[in-house]
Design a protein around this ligand. Structure first.
Ligand SMILES: Cc1cc2nc3c(=O)[nH]c(=O)nc-3n(C[C@H](O)[C@H](O)[C@H](O)COP(=O)(O)O)c2cc1C
Length: 192
């Protein structure tokens, strides 16, 4: 027999919601989330039916913040630190969360407007150290190179299918040197 106990697990629990086109429904949804004890709420400022090309609802995200008694993060269309600040200011939320923006530029919240080469190197290093598959490896790099590659470069890069061929490409076209990169990172760690 399984004995049910009322154990409390001390882990934060959050919820991510979208807004409803009827904002009273959004408000009700927030109240329900609060009633079950969520620690914070992330709100994607689009309805379920809206495409990511449509702009987010500042009004909807602001309402979620007003109704909520726990911290609220706004999500949608954060592609720069300026976007994040603008949304925080307009809605009063406690922070923002990015998906496409951070995939393309992992240094976005550090204030970089374009993906620094160090991000690419760090990603390559971590992916190779922890292990990944060619599809995911390729996909993350495609995101990171989205704005910097020309169409012709992208066509060649997108056709690569194995990790060694991707590394060869980066060595040839971007001067990636894994041994140098690791030595540099190890020296930085010692300094810290
Ligand atoms: C590659 C990718 C995967 C995603 N996967 C999920 C998911 O599993 N669950 C979810 O709620 N939203 C998912 N989303 C949506 C994002 O979390 C986010 O709400 C949406 O992209 C809007 O934020 P953005 O404008 O910063 O991209 C995904 C988005 C992307 C780009």
């Amino acid at each position: 027999m399984i004995r049910m106990t009322k154990a409390r697990v001390d882990l934060p629990c959050s919820i991510k919601i979208r807004i409803h086109k009827d904002l009273r429904e959004t408000e009700e949804f927030v109240r329900r989330a609060l009633s079950v004890g969520v620690d914070f709420i992330t709100v994607h400022g689009r309805t379920r039916r809206q495409k990511s090309t449509e702009s987010v609802s500042i009004e909807g995200m602001k309402l979620v913040k007003e109704v909520s008694t726990v911290p609220v993060l706004a999500n949608g269309d954060v592609f720069s630190i300026e976007d994040a600040n603008r949304i925080v200011e307009a809605t009063g939320v406690d922070g923002t969360m990015a998906a496409r923006g951070i995939l393309e530029n992992p240094a976005l919240f550090a204030g970089y407007s374009t993906t620094p080469w160090e991000c690419v190197e760090t990603y390559v290093d971590l992916a190779l150290s922890y292990g990944t598959n060619a599809f995911i490896f390729h996909h993350h790099l495609m995101y990171m190179f989205e704005r910097s590659m020309s169409n012709a470069e992208r066509r060649t890069f997108n056709s690569l299918t194995t990790i060694p061929s991707i590394l060869d490409y980066l060595e040839e076209h971007y001067d990636l040197d894994i041994a140098r990169m690791r030595a540099h990172r190890a020296a930085q760690k010692i300094k810290e």
